[in-house]
Write a protein that binds this ligand. Structure first.
Ligand code: NAP
Length: 273
Protein backbone atom coordinates (compact mmCIF):
# COMPACT_ATOMS: atom_id res chain seq x y z
CA UNK A 1 0.00 0.00 0.00
CA UNK A 2 1.31 3.47 -0.86
CA UNK A 3 0.74 5.77 2.19
CA UNK A 4 -0.04 8.91 0.15
CA UNK A 5 -3.65 9.96 0.81
CA UNK A 6 -4.25 7.03 3.19
CA UNK A 7 -5.84 7.46 6.63
CA UNK A 8 -3.30 6.42 9.26
CA UNK A 9 -3.90 6.27 13.03
CA UNK A 10 -0.73 6.48 15.13
CA UNK A 11 -1.19 5.87 18.86
CA UNK A 12 1.34 7.35 21.26
CA UNK A 13 2.17 10.08 18.75
CA UNK A 14 3.10 12.66 21.40
CA UNK A 15 6.74 11.55 21.71
CA UNK A 16 9.50 9.19 20.64
CA UNK A 17 8.78 6.50 18.05
CA UNK A 18 5.10 7.45 17.61
CA UNK A 19 5.95 11.11 17.00
CA UNK A 20 8.67 10.20 14.49
CA UNK A 21 6.35 7.69 12.77
CA UNK A 22 3.56 10.25 12.43
CA UNK A 23 6.06 12.74 10.97
CA UNK A 24 7.23 10.15 8.43
CA UNK A 25 3.62 9.48 7.38
CA UNK A 26 3.14 13.24 7.04
CA UNK A 27 6.19 13.37 4.78
CA UNK A 28 4.67 10.55 2.72
CA UNK A 29 1.46 12.61 2.23
CA UNK A 30 -0.87 10.55 4.46
CA UNK A 31 -3.86 11.80 6.48
CA UNK A 32 -2.44 11.26 9.96
CA UNK A 33 -4.56 10.82 13.08
CA UNK A 34 -2.50 11.57 16.18
CA UNK A 35 -3.62 9.95 19.44
CA UNK A 36 -2.20 10.19 22.98
CA UNK A 37 -2.93 11.97 26.27
CA UNK A 38 -0.62 15.02 25.90
CA UNK A 39 -2.72 17.03 23.47
CA UNK A 40 -0.44 20.11 23.44
CA UNK A 41 2.33 18.00 21.93
CA UNK A 42 -0.05 16.43 19.40
CA UNK A 43 -1.27 19.89 18.33
CA UNK A 44 2.31 21.07 17.75
CA UNK A 45 3.07 17.97 15.66
CA UNK A 46 -0.19 18.37 13.71
CA UNK A 47 0.86 21.93 12.75
CA UNK A 48 4.21 20.62 11.56
CA UNK A 49 2.56 17.88 9.45
CA UNK A 50 0.08 20.35 7.91
CA UNK A 51 3.12 22.55 7.09
CA UNK A 52 4.46 19.61 5.04
CA UNK A 53 1.31 19.71 2.91
CA UNK A 54 -0.30 16.62 4.49
CA UNK A 55 -3.39 16.39 6.73
CA UNK A 56 -3.35 15.82 10.49
CA UNK A 57 -6.10 15.31 13.05
CA UNK A 58 -5.64 15.25 16.83
CA UNK A 59 -7.63 13.00 19.17
CA UNK A 60 -7.02 13.03 22.93
CA UNK A 61 -7.07 9.41 24.05
CA UNK A 62 -5.97 7.38 27.03
CA UNK A 63 -5.38 3.99 25.40
CA UNK A 64 -6.08 2.16 28.66
CA UNK A 65 -9.73 3.29 28.42
CA UNK A 66 -12.15 1.55 26.05
CA UNK A 67 -14.40 4.61 25.76
CA UNK A 68 -11.42 6.74 24.60
CA UNK A 69 -10.53 4.10 22.00
CA UNK A 70 -14.12 4.05 20.73
CA UNK A 71 -14.06 7.86 20.51
CA UNK A 72 -10.75 7.72 18.60
CA UNK A 73 -12.23 5.41 15.97
CA UNK A 74 -15.53 7.30 15.75
CA UNK A 75 -13.85 10.71 15.38
CA UNK A 76 -11.49 9.34 12.72
CA UNK A 77 -14.44 7.96 10.72
CA UNK A 78 -16.43 11.20 11.14
CA UNK A 79 -13.44 13.17 9.84
CA UNK A 80 -12.05 10.93 7.08
CA UNK A 81 -14.67 8.20 6.48
CA UNK A 82 -12.17 5.31 6.47
CA UNK A 83 -9.10 3.85 8.21
CA UNK A 84 -6.32 2.35 6.10
CA UNK A 85 -3.48 1.95 8.58
CA UNK A 86 -3.39 1.43 12.34
CA UNK A 87 -0.06 1.81 14.14
CA UNK A 88 -0.44 0.45 17.68
CA UNK A 89 2.56 2.16 19.21
CA UNK A 90 1.50 3.62 22.59
CA UNK A 91 3.21 1.86 25.45
CA UNK A 92 5.64 2.11 28.31
CA UNK A 93 7.79 -0.01 30.59
CA UNK A 94 8.45 -0.07 34.32
CA UNK A 95 11.76 -1.83 34.69
CA UNK A 96 12.55 -3.11 38.17
CA UNK A 97 12.67 -6.37 40.14
CA UNK A 98 9.20 -7.88 40.19
CA UNK A 99 8.73 -7.53 43.96
CA UNK A 100 9.42 -3.78 43.70
CA UNK A 101 6.71 -3.14 41.07
CA UNK A 102 3.45 -1.65 42.31
CA UNK A 103 0.63 -4.16 41.63
CA UNK A 104 -1.65 -1.50 40.13
CA UNK A 105 0.41 1.51 38.98
CA UNK A 106 3.18 -0.57 37.41
CA UNK A 107 1.84 -4.07 36.68
CA UNK A 108 -1.81 -3.53 35.75
CA UNK A 109 -1.08 -0.19 34.09
CA UNK A 110 1.52 -1.72 31.73
CA UNK A 111 -0.91 -4.43 30.67
CA UNK A 112 -3.75 -1.90 30.29
CA UNK A 113 -1.83 0.13 27.70
CA UNK A 114 0.68 -2.30 26.16
CA UNK A 115 -1.70 -5.24 25.77
CA UNK A 116 -5.34 -4.23 26.25
CA UNK A 117 -4.76 -0.94 24.40
CA UNK A 118 -3.42 -2.83 21.37
CA UNK A 119 -6.14 -5.49 21.44
CA UNK A 120 -9.08 -3.12 21.99
CA UNK A 121 -7.92 -0.56 19.40
CA UNK A 122 -7.45 -3.28 16.80
CA UNK A 123 -10.84 -4.76 17.74
CA UNK A 124 -12.52 -1.38 17.12
CA UNK A 125 -10.73 -0.74 13.81
CA UNK A 126 -11.06 -4.24 12.36
CA UNK A 127 -14.75 -4.09 11.25
CA UNK A 128 -13.89 -0.91 9.30
CA UNK A 129 -10.99 -2.61 7.50
CA UNK A 130 -13.01 -5.78 6.87
CA UNK A 131 -15.75 -3.63 5.28
CA UNK A 132 -13.12 -1.89 3.14
CA UNK A 133 -11.58 -5.29 2.24
CA UNK A 134 -8.12 -4.00 3.10
CA UNK A 135 -5.81 -2.31 5.55
CA UNK A 136 -2.57 -2.57 7.48
CA UNK A 137 -2.07 -3.07 11.21
CA UNK A 138 1.44 -2.45 12.52
CA UNK A 139 2.14 -3.38 16.12
CA UNK A 140 5.10 -1.98 18.05
CA UNK A 141 6.60 -4.94 19.81
CA UNK A 142 10.15 -4.97 21.23
CA UNK A 143 13.15 -7.24 21.54
CA UNK A 144 11.62 -7.91 24.97
CA UNK A 145 8.79 -9.63 23.08
CA UNK A 146 11.31 -12.28 21.98
CA UNK A 147 14.05 -12.33 24.63
CA UNK A 148 13.09 -11.56 28.23
CA UNK A 149 15.77 -10.19 30.53
CA UNK A 150 15.87 -9.43 34.29
CA UNK A 151 13.86 -6.37 35.46
CA UNK A 152 11.78 -6.66 32.26
CA UNK A 153 9.38 -9.31 33.65
CA UNK A 154 6.06 -7.49 33.22
CA UNK A 155 7.14 -5.40 30.23
CA UNK A 156 8.44 -8.56 28.48
CA UNK A 157 5.21 -10.40 29.32
CA UNK A 158 3.21 -7.55 27.78
CA UNK A 159 5.30 -7.58 24.59
CA UNK A 160 5.16 -11.40 24.36
CA UNK A 161 1.38 -10.94 24.52
CA UNK A 162 1.54 -8.45 21.62
CA UNK A 163 3.62 -11.00 19.68
CA UNK A 164 1.07 -13.81 20.22
CA UNK A 165 -1.92 -11.58 19.55
CA UNK A 166 -0.44 -10.26 16.30
CA UNK A 167 0.63 -13.68 15.02
CA UNK A 168 -2.88 -15.10 15.45
CA UNK A 169 -4.49 -11.96 14.02
CA UNK A 170 -2.24 -12.03 10.94
CA UNK A 171 -3.50 -15.53 10.15
CA UNK A 172 -7.09 -14.51 10.87
CA UNK A 173 -7.46 -11.37 8.74
CA UNK A 174 -5.26 -11.97 5.67
CA UNK A 175 -8.23 -13.23 3.57
CA UNK A 176 -9.85 -9.78 4.01
CA UNK A 177 -6.79 -8.13 2.49
CA UNK A 178 -5.54 -6.93 5.88
CA UNK A 179 -1.80 -7.21 6.64
CA UNK A 180 -0.51 -7.43 10.21
CA UNK A 181 3.15 -6.55 10.70
CA UNK A 182 5.23 -6.70 13.86
CA UNK A 183 8.31 -4.63 14.51
CA UNK A 184 10.84 -5.53 17.25
CA UNK A 185 13.24 -2.67 17.97
CA UNK A 186 16.09 -3.07 20.45
CA UNK A 187 17.06 0.10 22.36
CA UNK A 188 15.69 3.35 20.90
CA UNK A 189 16.65 6.82 22.15
CA UNK A 190 13.30 8.27 23.36
CA UNK A 191 11.62 9.31 26.61
CA UNK A 192 10.97 5.62 27.34
CA UNK A 193 13.88 5.30 29.80
CA UNK A 194 12.85 8.42 31.73
CA UNK A 195 9.43 6.83 32.51
CA UNK A 196 10.85 3.37 33.27
CA UNK A 197 12.23 3.99 36.78
CA UNK A 198 15.51 2.27 35.94
CA UNK A 199 17.94 1.99 38.87
CA UNK A 200 21.30 0.47 37.96
CA UNK A 201 24.34 -0.20 40.16
CA UNK A 202 26.44 -1.40 37.25
CA UNK A 203 26.77 0.34 33.90
CA UNK A 204 24.98 -2.50 32.06
CA UNK A 205 23.14 -0.97 29.11
CA UNK A 206 22.58 -1.37 25.36
CA UNK A 207 25.85 -0.77 23.48
CA UNK A 208 25.77 2.64 21.74
CA UNK A 209 26.40 1.01 18.35
CA UNK A 210 23.13 -0.95 18.73
CA UNK A 211 20.96 2.06 19.66
CA UNK A 212 18.40 3.30 17.15
CA UNK A 213 16.87 6.73 16.67
CA UNK A 214 13.10 7.17 16.75
CA UNK A 215 13.37 8.36 13.12
CA UNK A 216 14.92 5.04 12.02
CA UNK A 217 12.03 3.13 13.57
CA UNK A 218 9.46 5.58 12.12
CA UNK A 219 10.91 5.08 8.64
CA UNK A 220 10.75 1.30 9.12
CA UNK A 221 7.05 1.54 10.07
CA UNK A 222 6.26 3.44 6.85
CA UNK A 223 8.18 0.76 4.90
CA UNK A 224 5.96 -1.88 6.51
CA UNK A 225 2.91 -0.22 4.96
CA UNK A 226 4.54 -0.44 1.53
CA UNK A 227 5.83 -3.98 2.13
CA UNK A 228 4.26 -5.82 5.08
CA UNK A 229 6.38 -8.31 7.05
CA UNK A 230 5.40 -10.77 9.75
CA UNK A 231 8.49 -9.85 11.81
CA UNK A 232 11.12 -7.15 11.58
CA UNK A 233 13.92 -7.15 14.14
CA UNK A 234 15.86 -3.87 14.35
CA UNK A 235 18.83 -3.70 14.23
CA UNK A 236 19.30 -7.01 12.45
CA UNK A 237 22.17 -8.09 14.75
CA UNK A 238 19.69 -8.78 17.61
CA UNK A 239 18.51 -11.80 15.59
CA UNK A 240 21.57 -13.62 16.98
CA UNK A 241 20.26 -13.23 20.54
CA UNK A 242 16.84 -14.52 19.46
CA UNK A 243 18.44 -17.69 18.05
CA UNK A 244 20.68 -18.12 21.10
CA UNK A 245 17.67 -17.71 23.39
CA UNK A 246 15.82 -20.36 21.42
CA UNK A 247 18.53 -22.97 20.98
CA UNK A 248 20.96 -22.26 23.85
CA UNK A 249 18.87 -20.60 26.50
CA UNK A 250 21.16 -22.04 29.21
CA UNK A 251 23.86 -19.74 27.81
CA UNK A 252 21.58 -16.69 27.89
CA UNK A 253 20.53 -17.63 31.47
CA UNK A 254 24.17 -17.98 32.54
CA UNK A 255 25.24 -14.71 30.93
CA UNK A 256 22.36 -12.58 32.23
CA UNK A 257 22.57 -14.04 35.76
CA UNK A 258 26.35 -13.70 36.13
CA UNK A 259 26.77 -10.44 34.22
CA UNK A 260 23.61 -8.65 35.32
CA UNK A 261 21.46 -10.11 38.09
CA UNK A 262 24.24 -11.01 40.58
CA UNK A 263 26.31 -7.81 40.16
CA UNK A 264 23.14 -5.66 40.35
CA UNK A 265 21.86 -7.46 43.47
CA UNK A 266 25.19 -8.14 45.17
CA UNK A 267 24.52 -5.95 48.21
CA UNK A 268 21.02 -7.35 48.77
CA UNK A 269 22.30 -10.91 48.38
CA UNK A 270 24.96 -10.29 51.05
CA UNK A 271 22.38 -8.84 53.48
CA UNK A 272 20.01 -11.77 52.94
CA UNK A 273 22.75 -14.36 53.50
N1 NAP B 1 12.49 3.15 23.45
C1 NAP B 1 12.79 1.89 23.32
O1 NAP B 1 13.92 1.47 23.60
C2 NAP B 1 11.77 0.92 22.76
C3 NAP B 1 12.23 -0.31 22.25
C4 NAP B 1 11.30 -1.21 21.74
C5 NAP B 1 9.96 -0.91 21.75
N2 NAP B 1 9.53 0.28 22.25
C6 NAP B 1 8.09 0.54 22.25
O2 NAP B 1 7.85 1.67 21.44
C7 NAP B 1 6.62 2.29 21.84
C8 NAP B 1 6.84 3.78 21.98
O3 NAP B 1 7.79 4.02 23.01
P1 NAP B 1 8.86 5.21 22.94
O4 NAP B 1 10.19 4.58 23.08
O5 NAP B 1 8.61 6.09 21.79
O6 NAP B 1 8.55 5.93 24.34
P2 NAP B 1 7.99 7.39 24.67
O7 NAP B 1 8.80 8.44 24.00
O8 NAP B 1 7.88 7.42 26.15
O9 NAP B 1 6.52 7.40 24.01
C9 NAP B 1 5.47 6.66 24.54
C10 NAP B 1 4.18 7.11 23.89
O10 NAP B 1 3.11 6.28 24.39
C11 NAP B 1 2.07 7.11 24.82
N3 NAP B 1 1.31 6.54 25.91
C12 NAP B 1 1.75 6.00 27.06
N4 NAP B 1 0.72 5.66 27.84
C13 NAP B 1 -0.41 6.01 27.17
C14 NAP B 1 -1.79 5.95 27.45
N5 NAP B 1 -2.27 5.46 28.62
N6 NAP B 1 -2.66 6.39 26.52
C15 NAP B 1 -2.22 6.90 25.35
N7 NAP B 1 -0.93 6.99 25.01
C16 NAP B 1 -0.03 6.56 25.93
C17 NAP B 1 2.74 8.42 25.26
O11 NAP B 1 1.80 9.49 25.13
P3 NAP B 1 1.13 10.31 26.34
O12 NAP B 1 2.01 10.19 27.54
O13 NAP B 1 1.03 11.71 25.80
O14 NAP B 1 -0.22 9.70 26.52
C18 NAP B 1 3.83 8.54 24.22
O15 NAP B 1 3.36 9.19 23.09
C19 NAP B 1 6.19 1.58 23.12
O16 NAP B 1 5.21 0.63 22.82
C20 NAP B 1 7.46 0.89 23.59
O17 NAP B 1 7.18 -0.24 24.36
C21 NAP B 1 10.41 1.20 22.76
Amino acid sequence: MEPKGKVVIVTGASSGIGEATAREFGRAGAKVVLAARRVDRLEALAKEIVGMGAEAFVVAADLSKLEDIQTLVKQTLDKFGRIDVLVNNAGFGRLDWLENLDPVKDIEAQFSVNVMGVIQTTRQVLPVMIKQRGGAVINMCSMAGLVATPTYTVYAASKHAVHGFSEALRREVKPWGIDVSLIYPGGVVTEFASHAGIKRKTNATTPKSMLLTAEQVGQAVVKLVRRPRAMWILPWAWTVSVWLNRFANWLVDYTTITRFTIPEREDELKVRR
